[in-house]
Design a binder for this molecule. Structure first.
Ligand SMILES: [Zn+2]
Ligand SMILES: [Zn+2]
Length: 222
């Protein structure tokens, strides 16, 4: 005599155990619980992932599944909270940067910057006076790029162009002598009509804003 267990409701005529066995309620059993091996009727058992399980073990299995799902949900929430805390830390913590490093981060576009680097650079440069900002640009820009020529009337200017597709309809040209010129054209190397500007705090802030905006675009942050 062989005993087969498929977990389904079955009546096996050649198996006395099932044939004569009764559930705890007194009804004829339809099978055996795969967990506790007690004989169970259809009312006091069910199929759990294809296996016949008594009502008591079924309740335990459901509680376990629920607590496993709850633990998994807690773990996901904790991970998300940790990631958010790291994002916040990066947003609010500023890097210690030398003035020239700050200019380099905003001017040189050979590599992507993080939002933290850009924010830190802006913070450092906003703390400089207009004259200090000009000095650090004159110190650093030659390392980033050879000076180039721009025409203004009959005069030829030599210096560095600050422009980009993200500059809001304006560009600057800083000459080697430290004079600032502004143009109402942005994003091109040529075709500028330069007008010399008095480089004050407002002008300095505008330059920093455009540099950081352009760097954010190039770095894929905005
Ligand atoms: Zn059971
Ligand atoms: Zn029963």
């Amino acid at each position: 005599m062989t005993e087969r267990r498929c977990g389904k409701v079955y009546v096996q005529s050649d198996d006395d155990r099932v044939g004569s066995a009764r559930c705890r309620c007194g009804d004829p059993a339809v099978g055996e619980c795969t967990e506790c091996s007690r004989m169970v009727c259809a009312d006091h058992s069910d199929l759990w992932q294809g296996w016949r399980v008594c009502d008591r073990d079924l309740a335990i299995a459901r509680v376990r599944a629920r607590s496993a799902a709850a633990a998994e949900e807690r773990r996901r929430e904790e991970e998300a909270a940790a990631a958010e805390a790291e994002r916040l830390r990066q947003r609010t913590t500023l890097l210690e940067l030398a003035d020239e490093d700050a200019v380099w981060i905003l001017y040189a576009r050979d590599q992507k910057r993080t939002q933290q680097e850009i924010r830190s650079a802006v913070h450092v440069l906003r703390g400089l006076t207009a004259a200090e900002f000009t000095d650090v640009c004159l110190y650093l820009l030659p390392y980033a790029r050879d000076p180039q020529k721009q025409r203004t009337g009959i005069t030829s200017l030599s210096g560095w162009l600050l422009t980009g597709s993200g500059y809001h309809g304006r560009s600057w040209f800083l000459t080697r002598k430290g004079e600032w010129h502004r143009s109402a054209t942005a994003g091109t190397e040529q075709g500028h009509t330069w007008k010399k500007v008095r480089f004050d705090d407002v002008e300095k802030r505008a330059v920093i804003d455009e540099m950081s905006w352009q760097q954010s675009i190039d770095s894929g942050i905005v």
